[in-house]
Design a protein. Structure first.
Length: 145
């Protein structure tokens, strides 16, 4: 059985590290703003085991005019559970949360390899690809709610 519930930033590390920061120290899993009271971390549990995570930050990107924005960071699903719809489930959960909290726009920096996945959920890339140091090439993506 799958359940999504709010978790602490520290609880995300068990998925962030092997998926997003493979081979890097645990400190690389700490994101600026992780522990603000406006930041929300959600964990997807499969048979009580944490297999996927997503973090939602209350952060404005000045490229967009919308006043109520949220940034998604650190979406990851353990390798053994990928390509089974869990990532999409986490995104839908965040969209529902944002709709309930009057957020107008969701944006994030997507790894180039994941752009197709996000496009399937109606997120649009904006601008040219850019490099995030020690992580790789990304695109800015967004969706108006």
């Amino acid at each position: 059985m799958n359940i999504i519930k709010e978790i602490t930033s520290k609880e995300t590390y068990s998925v962030r590290q092997p998926v997003l920061r493979k081979g890097k120290p645990i400190e690389s899993c700490i994101f600026e703003g992780d522990d603000l009271n406006t930041t929300h971390h959600f964990g997807l549990f499969n048979n009580e085991k944490l297999i996927g995570i997503i973090s939602l930050f209350n952060k404005i990107n000045t490229i967009f005019a919308e006043q109520n924005q949220a940034q998604i960071r650190g979406m990851a699903v353990l390798e053994t559970h990928q390509k089974k719809g869990f990532g999409e489930t986490l995104f839908k959960h965040c969209e529902t949360y944002c709709n309930e909290n009057k957020v107008d726009l969701i944006w994030f920096n997507a790894r180039t390899a994941a752009v197709g996945f996000y496009k399937k959920m109606d997120y649009q890339p904006l601008g040219e690809p850019f490099d995030i140091k020690d992580v790789g090439e990304h695109y800015l993506m967004y969706k108006k709610l």
